[in-house]
Design a protein around this ligand. Structure first.
Ligand code: ATP
Ligand code: MG
Length: 273
């Protein structure tokens, strides 16, 4: 495929010398008697696109939610640029530079595409807004800056021509691109994406992933939760594979197929790509 060649992967030796943006250290999570995660560790470097992959029930969403501050781990720590963020609530994490998308796209259908992005930025900046309530002029000027930022984020995901359309008019593929643009507008240092291509046609899915690899990755580190091995192999710089809550592989996506445990985990699931 022609676009395959255009996806640039981070050289693993380069990645090792790059700054550590996110560090997951010995994370465990129990739900009652069930160990959903056990002693999972991995790091994400600056400029990397890391795929978090594994069969159903492996613990991907649980780990994603722990990193995103939805719930605290039973054991272990999460560091964002060296700072311990374990158990911090999502809105605090957002201000520290960790953004996420949701598997189900939540947009305001009656608002325009641009206003959806602006709305998210206002929410993101809410703490500062209240602090600056009596500085109306500064606030107005800042709002102009946000508009600019929102437009830039839309342009990155090739949505600028749709800025004035109501969000309800967007087909799923573009609604999902908008969700990524919204997360990007907050200028995160690390972006967590939960199966951004799920439910999309093959073509839409490739478009989404091309844009993430070519335009989003250059702006922040990306953690991609994905059960589709083909997508991870094609787009990710590194893969972390979970099974039954444990890390069974970490390394170059191309090497996943040589790892017996990974092959076994995916055998018969039909989505091994
Ligand atoms: N809130 C919860 N309460 C109890 N058990 C949970 C909870 N969330 C997840 N689990 C269990 O933890 C394990 C890991 O689930 P998780 O949703 O993290 O897997 P996953 O890798 O995201 O799977 P999928 O590919 O199906 O999305 C499963 O056995 C699941 O049933
Ligand atoms: Mg899941």
């Amino acid at each position: 495929m022609s676009s395959e060649a255009s996806v640039t992967h981070v050289d693993p030796t380069e990645a090792r010398s790059a700054a550590v943006m996110l560090s997951v250290q010995g994370v465990g999570k129990r739900f009652g008697g069930l160990a959903a995660l056990s002693d999972v560790s991995f790091t994400v470097h600056e400029g990397e696109l890391v795929g978090l992959v594994g069969p159903n029930g492996a613990g991907k969403s649980t780990l994603f939610n722990i990193i995103a501050g939805v719930f605290a781990p039973s054991e272990g720590r999460i560091l964002l640029e060296g700072r311990d963020i374990t158990g911090l609530p999502s809105h605090k994490l957002a201000r520290l530079g960790l953004a996420r998308t949701f598997q189900l796209v939540t947009l305001f259908p009656d608002l325009s595409v641009l206003d959806n992005a602006l709305q998210a930025l206002h929410r993101h900046q809410q703490g500062r807004f209240f602090a600056g309530l009596f500085q109306a002029r500064a606030y107005r000027e800042e709002s102009e800056g946000w508009r600019e930022r929102a437009r830039e984020a839309l342009a990155l995901l090739s949505l600028e021509a749709l800025a004035d359309q109501p969000a309800a008019a967007l087909p799923l593929g573009q609604a999902k691109l908008l969700a990524v643009a919204i997360a990007l507008a907050t200028q995160p240092r690390v972006l967590l994406l939960d199966e951004p291509a799920a439910g999309l046609s093959h073509e839409e899915s490739s478009r989404m992933m091309d844009l993430i690899a070519e335009r989003v990755k250059g702006r922040c580190s990306v953690v991609l939760v994905e059960h589709n091995m083909r997508i991870v192999r094609r787009y990710c710089d590194r893969a972390v594979v979970l099974q039954f809550g444990r890390k069974i592989f970490e390394g170059a996506p191309a090497d996943m197929v040589h790892e017996r445990a990974v092959v076994d985990a995916y055998l018969g699931t039909g989505d091994g790509g």
